[in-house]
Design a protein around this ligand. Structure first.
Ligand code: G3I
Length: 306
């Protein structure tokens, strides 16, 4: 594909997008997903509520479809996400015993990772575990198990598919500060305990004018010795001409940031067109507009890779 081919020529592994039934079932989205993108992340289909809505009862219809689509086109998949306090079924949130929750995490992680063994480039094993001040966020997982739920999840994932890269993923890692410091400290603790972790995902949901600190911050994350990736990129804006120009410049800056950091493996945008963004079309956050026309944002990324 176009952008994917160009980022690979710069030594990176992929230029990816979120995808799911709402896009892999739409012809124009498929055209773009297969022309410009080399990796897909299921936007919702692998989350806990979608895959284990009741205890021990797994449903993989949409996750299977996404993985089959990627395989049919020879593309990578980033698995998203195994343990997250959102889109979590009530039966998990209401668990009250640490040993029960441990078994539930192990069974969930092992079942998902085993089902897609050999077909996932990287898993977001845990998602959004930190508060903005860098401390561990409150959830059923941390409340019953403290930080050890992270160890439990990563160990189960490694055992089920030793070849998959295992990531911790979070937002607001775009500039120096308490959250970035907290992530670095957490990763260093995990490494010192021998937890099998390979990468840090920086979601990179940003707004206009906030791209300038990203290269240095990715390097700060990479200095832990792990891979880093931009995992959910979008830039909230509007359709005004001035904002589209600023957004194009910001996209170029973000794309160059990954190129500048040797441990940055790739970039994933959180969707294809503004029509389907979780932010809503008015924020116009992606590379194609609601009519699937390439925006200045596309030109910005293309310029970075050219
Ligand atoms: O599937 C149900 C449907 O049955 C129901 O009728 C409908 C009514 O609201 O909701 C549908 O579920 C929605 C789901 O997306 C699937 O479309 C949820 O309401 C909606 O909240 C959910 O939003 C997703 C959001 O995560 C939930 O936390 C977004 O699509 C998805 O883009 C977003 O992605 C997250 C990443 O996973 C983690 N990082 C932040 C990022 C943006 O929030």
């Amino acid at each position: 594909g176009l952008l994917d081919t160009k980022i690979k020529a710069k030594g990176k592994k992929y230029f990816g997008s979120a995808a799911d039934p709402g896009t892999i079932g739409v012809a124009i989205d498929v055209t773009i997903l297969t022309s410009d993108y080399g990796a897909y992340t299921p936007e919702n289909s692998m989350k806990w509520d979608a895959t284990e809505p009741s205890r021990g009862s797994f449903t993989f219809t949409n996750a299977d479809a996404l993985v089959a689509f990627a395989q049919a086109h020879g593309r990578l998949v980033r698995g998203h996400t195994l343990v997250w306090h959102n889109q979590l079924p009530a039966w998990v949130s209401s668990i009250t015993s640490a040993s029960d929750l441990t078994a539930v995490i192990q069974n969930h992680v092992t079942t998902l990772v085993t089902r897609f063994k050999g077909k996932i480039y990287a898993w977001d094993v845990v998602n959004e575990v930190l508060n903005e001040d860098g401390t561990l966020g409150s959830s059923v997982f941390s409340n019953l198990l403290g930080e050890s739920f992270i160890d439990i999840a990563f160990k189960a994932a490694r055992a089920a598919d030793p070849a998959a890269k295992l990531y911790i993923n979070d937002f607001n890692l775009d500039a120096p500060g308490a959250k970035t410091n907290g992530m670095v400290a957490l990763v260093n603790r995990l490494k010192s305990r021998g937890v099998p972790i390979d990468g840090i995902g920086s979601q990179t949901h940003i707004s206009l004018g906030h791209a300038g600190t990203i290269a240095a911050n990715l390097q700060t994350l990479a200095n832990t010795g792990l891979d880093v990736a931009i995992t959910e990129l979008d830039i909230a804006s509007s359709t005004s001409t001035a904002n589209e120009a600023q957004q194009s410049s910001d996209y170029e800056t973000v794309a160059k940031a990954c190129l500048a950091v040797s441990r940055c493996v790739g970039i994933t945008t959180w969707g294809v067109s503004d029509k389907d963004s979780w932010l809503g079309a008015a924020k116009a956050p992606l590379l194609w507009d609601t009519n699937f026309v390439r925006k200045p944002a596309y030109t910005g990324v293309d310029a970075a890779f050219s």
